[in-house]
Design a binder for this molecule. Structure first.
Ligand SMILES: *Cc1c(COP(=O)(O)O)cnc(C)c1O
Length: 362
């Protein structure tokens, strides 16, 4: 029996396009022309070579990734990147700049401190991470090995709407929760990383886009899996990668391309977010957004109700009505609607209707 799907507002792992799930389901038993499932094929086979090459080529095309960048498919989540970035990139100079805008940048900072000296170039912690700092607030060290920031703060619901200007210092970005939600000028970055499970696939794959000159910094003394150069030289196939995850990413890339590319995806995301933000603004005496307007995320929308009792009631009733994953992260409380690329517009409209009704009754 086919079960009804609910609206999945989870922050990650998160909703995937229905078309992708259906194609994966159809081909899970045997990949056409292969006679085996994608779960069973060798990562050294010609079939898998085509799968990984196709995923990479589509991502390169959609994001307009220049020739002088590698795209890697690694494991260990964004969390391993918190360590790999400093271990590989801080070899030339033992210091780096970190911009702190929330929970995940703090986690990245903690790991980087184990490797070298960190300058906090800006932080909005004293304002409870309710906004993104302005360019003029960044206290950058022109001699830093790199600058690290988090483009979208999954838990606090803020998102950078500009790329920080960092001069000649390499720019590194954790894009886990807004990767491919809109076009981005990759050439402004030395390294971009993103766990796939928020916006482009299942958990277990981390995408790393790294400018080729950065590989010169990776020392041979690094543990082999932690060395970017090893992965780049072996086209992400030094060891067995997450074959299934990479296959799904390829299907998601195809889905994005069929939608019309990242400009269209951005427009869809802006439309969806506007529906919910407009509603919150009109009902701000009851539903209270928690971040400053100019820092609002397209992906994760946290909000509070007049009291915790009502919040718990709403979450319980929403879950019953088919709106899953609305509970906010424990550090912010309240509710959070994560509406990634694959989240349907109809789901946001239905949520707004539900919130309207809830307010009337409570
Ligand atoms: C989810 C998330 C992470 C952690 O990702 P893992 O894959 O669980 O290691 C890091 N950074 C951001 C911005 C995230 O949203």
């Amino acid at each position: 029996m086919q079960q009804q799907r609910v609206y999945n507002f989870s922050a990650g792992p998160a909703v995937l396009p229905e078309e992708v799930l259906k194609e994966a389901q159809e081909h899970l038993y045997v990949l056409p022309g292969v006679g085996m499932s994608v779960l069973e094929i060798s990562h050294r086979s010609k079939t898998f070579d085509e799968i990984i090459h196709n995923a990479e080529a589509l991502m390169r095309e959609l994001l307009n990734v220049p020739e002088n960048y590698h795209i890697l498919f690694l494991q260990g989540g964004a969390t391993l990147q918190f360590s790999m970035v400093p271990m590989n990139l801080m070899t030339t100079k033992n210091k780096a700049d970190y911009i702190i805008t929330g929970y995940w940048s703090q986690k990245a900072l903690k790991e980087a401190k184990k490797v070298g000296t960190i300058n906090i170039a800006a932080t909005t912690e004293s304002e409870n991470f309710t906004r993104i700092p302005k360019q003029s607030e960044l206290k950058l060290d022109p001699d830093a090995a790199y600058v690290h920031y988090t483009s979208n703060n999954t838990i606090f619901g803020t998102q950078w709407n500009y790329i920080p200007e960092v001069g000649n210092v390499p720019l590194v970005c954790d894009m886990s929760s807004d990767f491919m939600c809109r076009p981005v000028d990759v050439s402004k970055f030395a390294l971009i990383y993103a766990g796939a499970q928020k916006n482009i696939g299942p958990s277990g794959v981390t995408v790393v886009i790294i400018r080729k000159d950065m590989l010169e910094r990776s020392s041979d003394s690094l543990p082999i899996y932690l060395n970017y150069k090893i992965h780049a030289d072996n086209f992400s196939l030094y060891n067995t990668p997450n074959c299934f995850g990479i296959y799904i990413i390829g299907l998601v890339m195809k889905w994005i391309k069929n939608k019309g590319g990242l400009k269209t995806i951005q427009k869809m995301n802006e439309e969806k977010a506007k529906i919910l933000y407009d509603f919150l603004d009109e009902n701000s005496d009851y539903y209270r957004g928690t971040v400053q307007k100019d820092s609002r995320s397209l992906m994760n929308i946290p909000f509070r109700l007049p009291n915790e009792e009502l919040e718990n009631k709403l979450i319980a009733e929403a879950t019953k009505a088919g709106f899953s994953g609305l509970k906010g992260h424990k550090s912010v409380g309240g509710l959070r609607a994560s509406i990634y690329n694959a989240f349907p517009k109809k789901g946001v409209e239905d949520l707004v209707e539900f919130l309207k009704e809830f307010r009337k009754k409570n």
